[in-house]
Write a protein that binds this ligand. Structure first.
Ligand code: URA
Length: 188
């Protein structure tokens, strides 16, 4: 697909996502948070679910965790022109509780379609919830962050969720090393 075709397909998918009532989160959301970034990105980041700021703005990763994510992206000289950022859930769970399995099942088709359209070379899961859904159900973030997994034709890695770094700054060194590995992988 050309970049123009990818943009058009994503815009069409976004329209159907905006009117989704596939789970009960449709009743409590302010906005659907579809995704942002380059429709032709080589690298796609997957978070967990929108938080309060994302629900209010309709954009993923715009709160404190998002600002930290931007810093790590900048560190390896990447920005929104280079990457695409989406979430497992497109709607905010009340009080930011973990996404329920039925919510993930109702929503995951949108992410699959986003992947099919964007065709990234690498996928980076932000945190345990995305890694368990995308890599394997028994994923252990503390032990397995920073490692590449091959699945469905994609190279996939999980890193800590930036919100986890806000709670525990000792994880920042690991995060920096994982981003250096991402840089090495995409520049090879
Ligand atoms: N945390 C997430 O996992 N996703 C967002 O979009 C914002 C915070």
């Amino acid at each position: 697909m050309t970049v123009e075709e990818k943009s058009a397909s994503l815009a069409e998918l976004r329209e159907s996502c905006l009117s989704c009532h596939g789970c009960a989160l449709a009743d409590t959301r302010t906005n659907v948070v579809f995704g942002k970034g380059n429709p032709d990105a080589d690298i796609l980041f997957i978070g967990e679910a929108p938080g309060e700021k994302e629900d209010l703005s309709g954009q993923p990763f715009v709160g404190a965790a998002g600002k930290l994510l931007d810093k790590y992206l900048n560190f390896i000289e990447l920005g929104l022109d280079d990457v695409y950022i989406a979430n497992i859930l497109k709607c905010r769970p009340p009080k930011n509780r973990d996404p329920l399995p039925e919510e993930q099942n109702a929503c995951i088709g949108f992410l699959r379609e986003q992947l099919k359209i964007i065709e990234p070379k690498a996928i980076i899961c932000l945190g345990r919830i995305a890694a368990m859904r995308v890599i394997k159900p028994d994923f252990r973030i503390t032990a397995e962050h920073g490692q590449w997994f091959e699945k469905g034709g994609y190279s996939i890695m999980a890193v800590y969720h930036p919100a986890a770094l806000l709670r525990d700054p000792r994880k920042k060194t690991d995060m920096l090393n994982d981003f250096k590995e991402i840089e090495r992988h995409i520049k090879k």
